[in-house]
Design a binder for this molecule. Structure first.
Ligand code: BG6
Length: 500
């Protein structure tokens, strides 16, 4: 497989930073393990420190040792390290880009297809792209040139538009790879497979049969060392505007004409475009925010958000956000979508939970029968990777009693290894497959969805609700539910199903 792809020079800006350490370098190493990197690939790290290549290889070894699945494989690491290069340069210095260009163009073993990974502060995206362009590094005369932009793409709709305008002065849309790493997760891609490679569910996948849909990403971790970034972002921007709206688009979209990037993204955009605008006057009925205070997580006492590093004492940044959305189209009109995320919650888990309507008639009402539970389809994204369907069956015995049972379509078999989202995405860049990257219109419609909420919250600077770390978030968030009987689904297991 690796032989079929043309090699490239992967330039990583911010190569010594956290993302590179935790995700990018381990992902590239795992691609090497799987023999997916073309033999002549060069991975060129750009950093501010005056490091030699040997020093850099030593640093990468530490990153890989910490993350390699099953431990580092010395032979693979040797091949991998032969691909590693280092160049010192200041992001803000135009001369650094000339030096970069000279290095790549003058040395014959650097492939002239170049991918630039911008693992840097979002505020620097525009300037770095401009510098790259001025140094003719986006000129495709000698090979393709692609720029990978990490999230967040803008801070709100207006800043996203400004960033887009700036990028497009130097790059064409097909050179831009906007990352939403959620789309690289196998279980997220499996949503499409489950929906469109089976006929079982699709006829039921609409307002006639579905009562409501919940999309949850909960974390037991706090903000850790990312306080500075996080306090300026908050849960709505950090998770909902990007990852959860993308997941929602996959759940709600129409079947695409084909799986090519444009057909797929066209259908996602149609969903995002059909989400009913929340007027500022209705924000409180549709959105809820809160911040964690101290509490117990996994048996350990943890600090509240205001005690974390780099957080101002009067911060009202939300670490929990829940929103209710409606998709005004033929398929979904009237079905609430509840999107919820939070840090320092009881458990780290991502899932899509689909609650079906109850049968039209309670046929068993005169028999000894418990109240029949609705059917649920549960898609575990992480850490449990599963697709479960809860159905009602008769309890064995002489009385007509029912109970719920769960059918499980596992995503992964026991001997199959999991891969990280970044492996898939980094490989897609080399292969020129943009289907798992965001097109600008997706980003901009997603900002339109959250913008009214952000505006109202930005005005309300005096108070924010709180929840104890280790809980499932604030009780008050339940007020968003559209109907009696709807409630947060916290678990993929039957026993502790919804929390009443
Ligand atoms: C990132 C957010 O995009 O996604 C983080 O900035 C969040 O705050 C993370 O923790 C969640 O992704 P994953 O893949 O680690 O569950």
């Amino acid at each position: 497989m690796a032989e079929e792809i043309e090699p490239c020079t992967y330039v990583i800006f911010g190569a010594t930073g956290n993302l590179s350490k935790l995700k990018l370098m381990p992902a590239l190493y795992h691609l090497e393990v799987g023999n997916r990197l073309p033999a002549d690939t060069v991975i060129l790290a750009s950093g501010r420190r005056e490091w030699t290549r040997e020093h850099w290889i030593g640093e990468v070894r530490k990153m890989i040792e910490a993350k390699a699945r099953g431990g580092i494989d010395e032979k693979v690491f040797e091949t991998f390290s032969s691909k590693l290069q280092y160049i010192q340069g200041d992001l803000h210095d135009p001369k650094a880009y000339e030096a970069l260009n000279d290095r790549i163009m003058s040395e014959s073993d650097y492939p002239k297809n170049i991918a630039f990974y911008l693992s840097i502060k979002p505020g620097d995206f525009g300037a770095v792209v401009e510098n790259l362009s001025n140094a003719t590094l986006f000129d495709e005369a000698h090979g393709w040139r692609r720029a990978i932009i990490e999230k967040p793409f803008g801070y709100d709709l207006e800043s996203a538009q400004a960033l887009q305008k700036r990028l497009h002065r130097f790059l064409s849309e097909d050179q831009v790879y906007r990352i939403d790493h959620y789309l690289g997760k196998g279980t997220v891609q499996n949503v499409l497979v489950l929906r469109f490679a089976n006929v079982l569910m699709e006829p039921l996948w609409n307002r006639n049969y579905i009562d409501h849909i919940q999309i949850t990403h909960s974390e037991d971790l706090g903000v850790g060392s990312r306080g500075y970034y996080y306090d300026g972002a908050g849960a709505l921007r950090d998770m909902i505007q990007s990852h959860l709206l993308q997941l929602m688009a996959l759940v709600a979209m129409e079947p695409p004409v084909s799986m090519d990037a444009e057909s797929l993204r066209d259908e996602k955009v149609k969903v995002l475009k059909s989400i009913r605008t929340i007027p500022q006057s209705a924000v409180h009925a549709h959105a809820f925010r809160a911040q964690y205070r101290s509490g117990i997580v996994n048996g350990e006492k943890v600090n509240g958000y205001l005690e974390e590093g780099d957080i101002p004492q009067d911060s009202v940044t939300e670490t929990y956000a829940a929103i209710k959305l409606f998709v005004d189209n033929w398929r979904w009109r009237g079905v609430p979508f509840y999107l919820r995320t939070g840090k320092r919650l009881k458990k780290g888990q991502s899932a899509v939970s689909i609650c079906f309507k109850r049968p039209p008639q309670q046929l068993f009402k005169n028999t000894k029968i418990d109240q029949i539970s609705p059917n649920w389809v549960l898609m575990g994204i992480q850490p449990e990777e599963c697709m479960r369907m809860e159905v009602t069956v008769k309890e064995p015995g002489l009385t007509m009693k029912t109970r719920t049972t769960s059918m499980d379509a596992s995503f992964r078999q026991e001997d199959e290894q999991s891969t990280d989202a970044y492996e898939d995405l980094l490989l897609d860049v080399i292969e020129g497959d943009r289907s798992l990257f965001l097109r600008y219109d997706e980003v901009s419609y997603a900002w339109k969805v959250v913008d009214p909420i952000l505006k109202v919250w930005a005005m309300e600077r005096d108070f924010i609700n709180s929840y104890p770390a280790g809980s499932w978030g604030p009780e008050e968030a339940r007020r968003m539910f559209a109907k009696e009987g709807q409630n947060w689904r916290h678990s993929l297991d039957i026993e502790d199903g919804t929390d009443g």
